[in-house]
Design a protein around this ligand. Structure first.
Ligand code: ADP
Ligand code: MG
Length: 390
């Protein structure tokens, strides 16, 4: 039985927990959050496998204020989850139960886990795979924004993969539904994915606030990260990283970018646009040539103009391949010893081995550091803002 809980409702006693255990069998832990544990669980009657997010709300481990915050944010999360249920790229809340000490949220089971883990295993993704992930993500964001919902915590850890490798957006813990014309001021999210206006707004009382555009900035960070294997904004000193974000300072400099199309770089620039009003919206991003190039080809019938264009591109492509072939450095022992990282195949091999040995990425260059991906776990944080002014 699913209950509709309203924010401000008194939580019922332990009955909710008993109801949950009567209906479901909790199994092993498959994920952890700040105040939650996610377990696989089995619906006793049907044998269906699901995931349950168990949120602890006991006064023992928290102050009274923290307790209230967790309760009210979880109830808001449930409200949003009920609103967005049914979208193919958004996680479905199947059931919810509350007791005095725990809240149980039952979801469909995303067996292949986080996009984050998939990326760390793969090192980087190709444009084709990135296109299908980003299309699904932007469609989910477009749907949320059509309901005036801002997610505020888009990152690869909150994008989950099912058996077939399709993505679903999850973790609506920071989501809010905006009133018409409403602007937000709260500093929340995950450092590397924060939009510049969130940071600016927290430092300047006269700032007008921020809106749904922050989700598109985060999509830009995700797109960059999937293709490069490391985030666009990173510095081992977090304050300097935040400064880079505020100045929109990032580069397509790592070796991976040599092989990437100018189309996808243009899309990244449109998403990582400092000015929120000029940043691409979800619709505009989905209409970008990066997503359209293959779809258009499918629907059009024979067109002499297009055929001519394809012929020209093919000839140019052949010339390019031939030039590359002639320019290609022969793989010698000397080159392998001097600069193995400059060779694409060897680079992938080194990255893969390093990950298996160290359990985390190692430094790749001056700007890029894959360890940065693992340092974005803080969900809510407050900045020493005065340090920025210096
Ligand atoms: P938090 O709000 O505390 O970050 P999340 O909802 O993001 O909690 O869940 C924490 C982690 O649990 C996720 O990053 C993911 O690894 C795992 N997880 C959450 N929901 C599911 C699910 N439906 N299927 C599989 N794993 C999940
Ligand atoms: Mg999360």
């Amino acid at each position: 039985m699913t209950r509709d809980i309203e924010v401000g409702d008194e939580l019922p006693d332990w009955v909710g927990a008993k109801e949950f255990y009567q209906k479901y069998d909790p199994k092993e832990v498959i994920g952890r959050g700040v105040s939650s544990v996610v377990r696989r669980c089995v619906h006793k009657q049907t044998g269906q496998e699901l995931a349950v997010k168990i949120i602890e709300i006991t006064a023992e481990k928290m102050t009274e204020q923290q307790l209230e915050e967790v309760k009210s944010s979880t109830l808001k999360e449930i409200q949003v989850l009920n609103m967005v249920k049914g979208h193919p790229s958004i996680i479905t809340l199947v059931d919810s139960y509350e007791s005095t000490t725990f809240i149980f949220l039952v979801f469909d089971l995303m067996r292949r886990g986080e996009l984050f883990d998939y990326l760390t295993e793969k090192v980087t993704l190709g444009e084709k795979e990135t296109r299908s992930i980003m299309r699904a993500l932007l469609e989910a964001v477009q749907y949320l924004h059509s309901l005036s919902i801002v997610h505020r915590d888009l990152k690869p850890e909150n994008i989950l993969l099912d058996d077939q490798g399709h993505i679903k957006l999850s973790d609506f813990g920071f989501s809010v539904q905006l009133e018409p014309g409403e602007k937000l001021r709260e500093l929340c999210g995950t450092p590397g994915y924060l939009a510049p206006e969130i940071l600016k707004c927290s430092m300047d009382e006269t700032h007008e606030g921020y809106g749904r555009e922050v989700d598109l900035w985060a999509c830009g960070v995700i797109l960059f990260t999937l293709l490069a294997g490391s985030p666009p904004f990173w510095h081992r000193k977090q304050l300097l990283m935040l400064r880079m974000i505020m100045e929109g300072r990032y580069q397509f400099s790592s070796p991976e970018w040599d092989d990437r199309s100018s189309t996808v770089k243009d899309l990244i620039c449109g998403l990582l646009e400092l000015e929120p009003a000029k940043r691409l919206t979800a619709e505009q991003a989905l209409a970008h040539p990066f997503f359209c190039q293959y779809q258009r080809e499918k629907v059009r019938l024979f067109s002499p103009r297009k055929t001519f264009r394809v012929m020209i591109w093919t000839v140019l492509g052949c010339i390019r391949i031939q030039c590359r072939y002639h320019r290609a450095r022969p793989l010698t022992r000397e080159l392998l010893a001097r600069d193995p990282y400059s060779l694409r195949g060897v680079r992938k091999l080194i990255d893969g081995c390093a990950f298996r040995i160290y359990g985390h990425w190692v430094k790749k260059g001056e700007q890029q550091n894959r360890a940065a991906l693992f340092q974005n776990t803080t969900k809510v944080f407050l900045l020493g803002l005065e340090e920025f002014d210096n």
